[in-house]
Design a protein. Structure first.
Lengths: 173, 67
C-alpha cells in the first residue's frame, strides 16, 4: 500500500464528485429560483394593482422583499429606472443582462419577465393585470418542467460524477 | 497483490461500475447514452485484456517457437 497512490485516487474521486454535484446544483436551484421570480412578479402585481405605486419605487420595494439572485435583477432595474427616466423594458433588459449569470435561470425563464416589462406602465391596469396573469402562468409551467427535470437528472448527475471518478481511478490503478 | 489479481479486480470493478451507470442512466430516460456508456466500459476492459493477451502470445512464442 503506497500512500501517494491512495492520496491521488482520493483527489480524483473527490474532484469528479464535486463536478457532478456542481452540475446537479443547477437542477436543484432552478425550481427554487423560478418560484422566487414568480413571487416577485406577484408582489409587483400587488404594488401596481392595489397601491398604484410608481414603477421605480415599486421595483425597489419588491427587491427588498425577495431573495438573491432574483433580487439583484429587480434592484438593478429599479436603479436603472431612477436614473434619467429609462423605460421599464430597457431597465429590465439591463437588470437581467447584468445579473442573470449569478442565477441558474435560462433565457426562456427571463423572457416572460422581459415580455411583461414591455406593457408595464404604458397600458391601463386591466391590460397590465392580464399580462401579469399570462406571465405567472408561463412561470408556473416552467416551474413544473424544472421540477420534472430535477426529479430526473439531479440524482443522475451526482451518481455520474462519483462513478466517473471511480472509473478513472480503476483504469489508472 | 500480483498483477494478475489486480487485473481481475480492476475488470470486475469496471464491470460493476458500468452496470450501475447503465441502470442509473436508463432510469432517467437516457437509454442511448446508457448504451454508449456500456460500449465505453467494454472498450476499456478490452484494452486491458489486449495487453495481457499480447503478453501471453509473446510468452508462447518465446517458449515454443524459438527457431
Amino acid at each position: 500500500m503506497n500512500w501517494e497512490k491512495v492520496l491521488g485516487a482520493a483527489f480524483v474521486v473527490a474532484s469528479c464528485t464535486a463536478m457532478g454535484y456542481q452540475v446537479s446544483r443547477v437542477y436543484r436551484l432552478r425550481p427554487l429560483q423560478l418560484s422566487e421570480l414568480a413571487r416577485a412578479l406577484r408582489l409587483l402585481q400587488a404594488e401596481i394593482e392595489y397601491t398604484a405605486t410608481p414603477l421605480p419605487v415599486a421595483l425597489s420595494r419588491v427587491s427588498e422583499q425577495i431573495k438573491p439572485p432574483v433580487q439583484g435583477v429587480f434592484a438593478a432595474a429599479a436603479e436603472k429606472m431612477k436614473e434619467r427616466d429609462n423605460g421599464p423594458k430597457l431597465a429590465f433588459t439591463y437588470g437581467v443582462q447584468s445579473n442573470s449569470s449569478q442565477s441558474v435561470l435560462k433565457n426562456q425563464d427571463w423572457s416572460a419577465l422581459l415580455n411583461l416589462s414591455e406593457t408595464l406602465g404604458s397600458t391601463d391596469i386591466l391590460h397590465q393585470s392580464r399580462e401579469f396573469q399570462a406571465a405567472l402562468l408561463h412561470m408556473e409551467s416552467m416551474r413544473e418542467q424544472a421540477t420534472e427535470a430535477q426529479r430526473r437528472y439531479e440524482r443522475l448527475w451526482q451518481y455520474l460524477g462519483i462513478l466517473t471518478g471511480l472509473f478513472v481511478v480503476l483504469l489508472l490503478y | 497483490m500480483t498483477p494478475e489479481i489486480r487485473a481481475v479486480l480492476q475488470i470486475a470493478g469496471i464491470g460493476f461500475l458500468v452496470a450501475f451507470l447503465h441502470t442509473a442512466l436508463r432510469q432517467s430516460g437516457k437509454e442511448e447514452f446508457a448504451h454508449w456508456m456500456t460500449l465505453v466500459g467494454f472498450v476499456a476492459v478490452f484494452m486491458i485484456v489486449l495487453g495481457y493477451v499480447d503478453r501471453l502470445y509473446g510468452e508462447i512464442q518465446r517458449v515454443f517457437l524459438i527457431q
